[in-house]
Design a protein around this ligand. Structure first.
Ligand code: UDP
Length: 402
C-alpha cells in the first residue's frame, strides 16, 4: 500500500527531548519503519524547519521524509503553525494530484487540517491520530494552554470527518466520543516500543547514590517533574535523574529547568537531582536500566512512551494513574499507579519498592513480558494496517469478491 504520513511539526528525523519533540516524533518514525518492513511504501510529510534540510530524505529504514516548504524555514512552536497549513495542504494536493497515495494518516490536529484540504481535493481516504486533544489540554492547563483558540472546534470537525480515528488508549475513546466521533469509526491502537533497543540485558549508567529514580520527558510543566522532586525530600539515599530538555550545555537557559532547579534547592534536595539534559536514543536504555524505578508523574498523558521503554528494559514503573498510563502500567503487577499530584503518596509507594528489591525485580520482569507480548512496533503496525483496510479494502478481499 502507498501510505502518506502527515506530521507537520514532529519530524521523525529529529532527536526527541526538547519542548516540541517527543513521543510523536518517535511514533511516526517507528510506525513508518515497521510499515516499511511489512512491505509498504511510506512517505512522511513534515514542515521544513531550516534551509539546510534537503527537500527529500530516504531514511536507513527505507521510508522517505519530505520537508514541506510552508511558513518560515526555521523552528516554530507547534502552536504557531496553524496559519501555514493552507500552504502545507496546497503542497500535498499538488503532489498527490499526479501521484495519489492509497491512504493518508495524519498525526496531530494541525496535520489533520492540511490533510483534509489535500485529501478532499484528491479523494484520498484519511486516518487520523490526534496524539493529544485540545479539550484535555484545556482541562488541565487552563490559562497556561497556548493552543490556538479554535483548536477544540476544529478537532471536533477533523474527528468527525476522518474515515478512521486511531486512539492510542482507552481513555481517549471516551474523549473522542464526547467530541461526537462515532465509536464505530474509532480503533484503539497503542504506541509501541523498539524491543531490540530497549532490553533488560545491556550496560547500565553509573549511579551516584544507593538508590536511583529516573524520570524522562520533554521539560514542560505538565510532565510533573516537580512532583518527583518533592517526593525526593522524603527519600534519603536516593538520587533522581531528570532526563530531557535541551542539550546539557544549554540547560541553564531553559525556563522549566531553572524553575525545577530552584524548587529542588528550596526543598534541600538540589544535590540529589541529576540533569543530563537531552539523552540520545542510543543512550536511553542504559539510563533506564540504571534505575530502581522509573517515575512518570504527569498531570495527564495521552499515551506515554517512557513507561513502555522502562518496562521493555525490565524496570518497574511508578506512574500517575492518568490517560494512557492506566493501560500500560498494571498496578501491583508491572509497577504501581499513584494518584496524580500526590508527592507524599508517590514517596511512600516508591519507598516500598526501594525496600524490597525482589518486588521491584518481579514488577520489572512482568513489565518486560507485557512489553514483548503486546507492544512491539510490528504488532502496532499490523493493527494499524487492519484499521487502514477498513478504508482501503485489502487487495485479497477485493480479488475474492470478484
Ligand atoms: N526522549 C528521548 N530523550 C530525551 C527525552 C525524551 O529520547 O532526552 C524520548 C523518550 O525516550 C520517549 C519520547 O522522547 O521515547 C517521549 O515520549 P512520551 O510519549 O513519553 O512523551 P511525549 O513527548 O509524547 O509527551
Amino acid at each position: 500500500m502507498k501510505i502518506a504520513m502527515v506530521s507537520e511539526h514532529a519530524n521523525p528525523l529529529a532527536a526527541p527531548g526538547e519542548a516540541d519533540a517527543g513521543g510523536q516524533n518517535v511514533h511516526v518514525a517507528e510506525l513508518s519503519a515497521a510499515l516499511t518492513r511489512a512491505g509498504h511504501d511510506v512517505t512522511v510529510y513534515t514542515r521544513r524547519e531550516s534551509r539546510e534540510e534537503p527537500p527529500e530524505v530516504r531514511t536507513p529504514q527505507g521510508f522517505r521524509v519530505v520537508h514541506v516548504p510552508a511558513g518560515p524555514p526555521r523552528r516554530e512552536p507547534k502552536d504557531h503553525l496553524l496559519p501555514y497549513m493552507g500552504e502545507f495542504g496546497g503542497f500535498l494536493r499538488d503532489r498527490w494530484a499526479g501521484d495519489r497515495p492509497d491512504l493518508v494518516h495524519a498525526h496531530f490536529w494541525v496535520s489533520g487540517l492540511a490533510t483534509a484540504l489535500a485529501a478532499s481535493a484528491t479523494g484520498t481516504p484519511v486516518a487520523q491520530t490526534f496524539h493529544a486533544l485540545g479539550v484535555v489540554k484545556k482541562r488541565y492547563q487552563g490559562d497556561m494552554d497556548t493552543s490556538p483558540a479554535d483548536r477544540i472546534r476544529l478537532e471536533r470537525i477533523i474527528g468527525r470527518q476522518a474515515g478512521r480515528v486511531i486512539a492510542t488508549c482507552s481513555d481517549e475513546v471516551f474523549e473522542l466520543s464526547r467530541l461526537g466521533v462515532p465509536r464505530s469509526r474509532i480503533s484503539v491502537i497503542p504506541c509501541g516500543v523498539d524491543l531490540e533497543r530497549f532490553t533488560p540485558d545491556g550496560p547500565a549508567a553509573r549511579r551516584g547514590a544507593p538508590h536511583r529514580l529516573v524520570a524522562v520527558g520533554r521539560l514542560v510543566p505538565r510532565k510533573g517533574f516537580d512532583i518527583a522532586i518533592t517526593a525526593l525530600a522524603q527519600l534519603p539515599d536516593t538520587e533522581l535523574v531528570i532526563a530531557g530538555g535541551p542539550k546539557r550545555s544549554r540547560l541553564a537557559q531553559d525556563p522549566e529547568a531553572r524553575r525545577l532547579r530552584k524548587l529542588a534547592g528550596r526543598l534541600g534536595v538540589g544535590d540529589r537531582v541529576r540533569w543530563p539534559g537531552q539523552v540520545s536514543r542510543k543512550d536511553m536504555p542504559a539510563l533506564l536500566r540504571s534505575a530502581d524505578a522509573v517515575v512518570c508523574t504527569p498531570w495527564y498523558e495521552p499515551f506515554g512512551l517512557v513507561p513502555l521503554e522502562a518496562m521493555a528494559c525490565g524496570i518497574p514503573v511508578v506512574a500517575a494513574a492518568v490517560g494512557g498510563l492506566t493501560d500500560t502500567v498494571v498496578d501491583g503487577v508491572t509497577g504501581l499507579l499513584v494518584r496524580p499530584h500526590q508527592p507524599r503518596e508517590l514517596a511512600s509507594r516508591v519507598r516500598r519498592l526501594l525496600d524490597d528489591p525482589a518486588l521491584g525485580h518481579a514488577y520489572g520482569t512482568a513489565g518486560h513480558d507485557r512489553a514483548v507480548a503486546r507492544y512491539s512496533w510490528d504488532r502496532v503496525a499490523a493493527d494499524t494496517l487492519r484499521a487502514y483496510h477498513k478504508l482501503v479494502p485489502h487487495p485479497a478481499a477485493t480479488a475474492e469478491a470478484r
